[in-house]
Design a binder for this molecule. Structure first.
Ligand code: URA
Ligand code: CA
Length: 435
């Protein structure tokens, strides 16, 4: 007969937990037999003492098996998924998923909502009137079979242990542990049934892990976990020291995604999209050089095929696709304020965490679990690190619902941006690629 207090006691002094002990814990939190306070005590012991690779793999599998394991085998081909650990101004999925799908690869993606200061694909999609992101398992599979793409929320039955642990970690300062993050992310990915998974691990102030070394360690660990479960894996570690794209919010990020699909001008966002798309396609078995695959990707963008794929997915999921074709139909919040540079110079840094938090404060994210989000508010990033600014020029624009919100977001922008009278270098974008 196992006792949870013995398992906590073992981890407290740095012992290694067996698969049986890990299963006992995971089964206990899902059934409700283990209360939150004991689960939280074990999480903190894990945070302090760590878990080795074997324990982390066991925890991941135990959590993945705590609910449904989606079976996508009736969809022909290698099913591709992509996951980001969470960023700011990161609308990558809304460009990448239709782009890869337009080249004929089935994309079956279960996405999340905003978490902390980071945005979530489901919230962004819901800013399109009528859009549904709560497909049933059957609808999800049928849609990928019919049109080659679906982006939906995970059903309650995918990795229920993670939902419970995530909520506890969020409020017990135990989010930023590599084993806990890897098992959280990979349990959901393994349960969602894709054959190939490409991970975008964010690093920097706007990410959950601030330093490159621990981000690379997390990426390697997740790749190893996926491969041990027979999945094709690749990962990148990318910069989140500054916002990635030019939009933070919901409708405003859908606009950026649709406009990028229409007119793929060079940008950091497009660079990441292309880099991830190449990794996904190579994972699916296309062994060609990345540069050749990129030519196909640019063709799918320039021909409008990728944009059409997004519009098709939106209408299939009940959304009004005319918003994708004509993004001026989205109504952004009416109180508009610009952050203006006092002197000329160069942008030296942009604190992505500060801007992510500011977007939550004005309503683009949730302050409490279950809060509604305001789709129309947001921040437009007009200058990135390394860009030249003139005195009097706007470097950010705020869309808010009240003067008070606009004023507070304006202060955040002023705090987040730092300038230099000398030319400042742009930041690296991709720190590591694991293939
Ligand atoms: N995203 C997750 O799903 N889990 C984590 O632990 C961190 C980011
Ligand atoms: Ca079990």
């Amino acid at each position: 007969m196992m006792l949870i207090q013995d398992i906590i006691a073992k981890k407290k002094v740095g012992g290694r937990l067996s698969r049986e002990e890990i299963d006992f814990f995971v089964d206990g939190i899902v059934s409700g037999e283990i209360p939150d306070y004991q689960a939280a005590a074990l999480l903190m012991a894990v945070w302090i003492k760590g878990m080795d690779v074997r324990e982390t793999v066991d925890l991941t599998l135990s959590m993945a098996e705590s609910g449904d394991m989606l079976d996508l085998s009736e969809i022909p081909g290698i099913k591709l998924d992509k996951h980001s650990t969470g960023g700011v101004a990161d609308t990558t999925t809304l460009i990448l998923a239709p782009l890869v799908s337009a080249l004929g690869y089935p994309v079956a993606k279960l996405s999340g909502r905003g978490l902390g200061h980071t945005g979530g694909t489901l919230d962004k999609l819901e800013s399109i009137p009528g859009m549904r992101v709560d497909l049933t398992k059957r609808q999800f599979i049928e849609q990928v079979k019919d049109i080659g793409i679906a982006v939906s929320g995970q059903t309650a039955d995918i990795a229920p242990a993670d939902r419970i642990l995530y909520a506890l970690r969020d409020v017990t300062s135990t989010t930023d542990n590599i084993s806990l993050m890897a098992s959280s992310i990979m349990s959901k990915k393994l349960a969602s049934g894709s054959d190939a998974i490409v991970l975008d691990v964010k690093t920097g102030r706007g990410a959950f892990l601030p330093d490159v070394e621990s981000s690379v360690e997390l990426a390697r660990l997740m790749v190893d976990i996926g491969r041990a479960s027979g999945r094709r894996m690749a990962a990148v570690v990318t910069d989140m020291d500054q916002p990635l794209g030019t939009a933070i919010g919901n409708a405003i990020e859908v606009i950026e995604a649709a406009e990028t699909l229409k007119d793929p001008k060079p940008s950091r966002l497009l660079d990441i999209v292309l880099h991830l798309a190449i990794l996904m396609i190579r994972c699916a078995g296309d062994g060609r050089d990345g540069a050749l695959i990129e030519e196909d990707l640019m063709k799918a963008l320039r021909s409008g095929a990728a944009l059409d794929r997004l519009a098709l997915m939106v209408s299939r999921q009940g959304g009004d696709a005319s918003y994708i074709e004509d993004t001026s139909r989205f109504e952004l919040a009416g109180i508009v304020r610009e952050a203006i540079a006092q002197e000329c110079g160069w942008v030296k840094g942009i604190d992505a965490l500060e801007l992510g938090k500011a977007s939550v404060t004005i309503g683009a994210g949730r302050k409490r679990k279950g809060d509604p989000v305001d789709f129309g508010v947001g921040i437009s990033i007009r200058k990135h690190v390394g860009d030249r600014v003139e005195a009097g020029e706007a470097y950010a624009t705020i869309y808010a619902r009240s003067d008070a919100c606009a004023a507070s977001a304006l202060m955040s922008c002023e705090k987040a941006y730092s300038f230099s009278p000398e030319r400042a270098d742009s930041l690296p974008l991709v720190y590591e690629t694991i293939e």
